[in-house]
Design a protein around this ligand. Structure first.
Ligand code: HEM
Length: 386
């Protein structure tokens, strides 16, 4: 396996990781990324195979579990019951409960509210140039997931704050300040949810939280599931919407159909790296792995695999080919994919319809975090409003 060095905090890499990915794919289906000291699957076939391989999992093998760290105890307790960090029966139980309440009917019922929300946000766009992330891409997904869980819109700002503090724990370099903020956010988030759940228990209605409560899972599973849905349910959608608007404005294309949304997700997905623990000794793409090894799936690299898509670096909503892997694959395939797709389509459709003169006011800048590939700001102006 070839060794590739690339600092994940190198600003040039964070702005455009795709040239490094091309170098990695040229080096083979698996490379050792020196900075993570981890094997990485680079192409579409290998990433798809690893995601579906039952000899691997998300959950750290018991003998390798790190010693408890009191500085992050609250965060770790929530994560230990998050379906994204579990495998086997516990994972299946939590995922099943969410999928049962996350029906196509409950998702479709959100569409009129999302559309109205998009219009209301656009009504409030300033006349001057402004940041489309703050004004549109951020509030729409967070309010939508809050509504799905039956949390009042007014709580959206708190949710966003707590969620951002918790999600910061996935950064490459953790500092005591990041941990302390995540701990405080976790405590505040749990306290809010406990009160909210108590209220819902008294007066159940037809929403996701009430259905999850009816599934009678332990309180800690319920808290972790709600937090995961709120965290996973907005961050990636915000970034996909921002990335999509930026790349369509740059390409002079204004589309919102399902094919355009899929092409945005293929070309510039928001989440680039998901790891799997090897649970039993095995061989992958000719390389031997031992229990306890880790393999990272480079989703952003797999989506640019030139052996799968012609001119893979170009935005071409009319291309054909296999499904991208932006939503992962296998047992942990994103449960929110249908909601995310619907939100993205509606948000783009309303934006293009209401703002025909929208254009970039400055080149978009990505945030300085490799694990969430999204823009820091997206300054635009709408010539048709003037
Ligand atoms: C899992 C991407 C939106 C909830 C995942 C995974 C990916 C992903 C790649 C799999 C991780 C792995 O295999 O290790 C995305 C993207 C989104 C998006 C790109 C937006 C464009 C959402 C939304 C929700 C959501 C809107 C909830 C409403 C989840 C949950 C999981 C998950 C709960 C864990 C599933 C499991 O472990 O079984 N997502 N997601 N996601 N996503 Fe999403």
């Amino acid at each position: 396996m070839q060794i590739i060095s690339q600092s994940p905090t190198d600003p040039a890499f964070v702005q455009d990781p795709y040239a490094t990915y091309a170098r990695m794919r040229a080096a083979g289906p698996l490379v050792r990324w020196a900075d993570y000291d981890m094997a990485c699957a680079t192409d579409h076939a290998t990433v798809s195979a690893v995601l579906r391989d039952r000899r691997m999992g998300r959950q750290v093998p018991a003998e390798l579990a790190p010693a408890p760290d009191p500085a992050r105890a609250g965060f770790d307790a929530v994560e230990a019951h998050s379906m994204l960090e579990l495998d086997g029966a516990h994972h299946a139980r939590l995922r099943g409960a969410v999928l049962r309440s996350f029906t196509s009917r409950s998702i479709a019922a959100l569409a009129p509210g999302i559309r109205a929300l998009c219009h209301a946000r656009i009504d409030a766009f300033p006349a001057e140039d402004f940041d489309l992330l703050d004004a549109y891409a951020r509030p729409v997904p967070v309010i939508t997931i809050a509504r799905l869980l039956g949390v009042p819109d007014a709580a959206a700002d708190d949710l966003l704050r707590w969620s951002n503090a918790m999600v910061a724990m996935y950064q490459a370099r953790l500092t005591p300040a990041i941990m302390a903020e995540a701990e405080a956010a976790t405590a505040a988030f749990c306290a809010f949810l406990r009160a909210h759940l108590a209220m819902k228990r008294q007066a159940p209605v037809d929403d996701l939280i009430s259905t999850l409560i009816a599934a009678e899972m332990p309180e800690v599973d319920l808290l972790s599931t709600c937090i995961l849905l709120l965290n996973a349910g907005h961050e990636a959608t915000v970034h996909t919407l921002g990335n999509g608007v930026a790349l369509m404005l740059a390409a002079g294309v204004r589309r919102s159909d399902p094919a355009a949304v899929e092409e945005v997700m293929r070309l510039d997905p928001p989440l680039h790296m998901f790891t799997r623990w090897v649970l039993e000794d095995c061989e992958v793409a000719g390389e031997t792995f031992r229990r306890g090894d880790r393999i990272a799936c480079l989703l952003g690299s797999a989506n640019r695999d030139e052996t799968v898509w012609d001119r893979a670096d170009i935005f071409d909503p009319d291309r054909t080919g296999p499904a991208h892997v932006a939503f992962g694959g296998g047992a942990h395939f994103c449960v929110g994919a249908p909601l995310a797709r619907m939100e993205l389509q509606i948000a783009l459709e309303v934006l293009w319809e209401r703002c025909p003169g929208l254009m970039l006011a400055e080149p978009p800048v990505y945030a300085d975090v490799y694990h969430f590939h999204g823009l820091e700001r997206l300054r635009v102006q709408d010539a048709s409003r003037g």
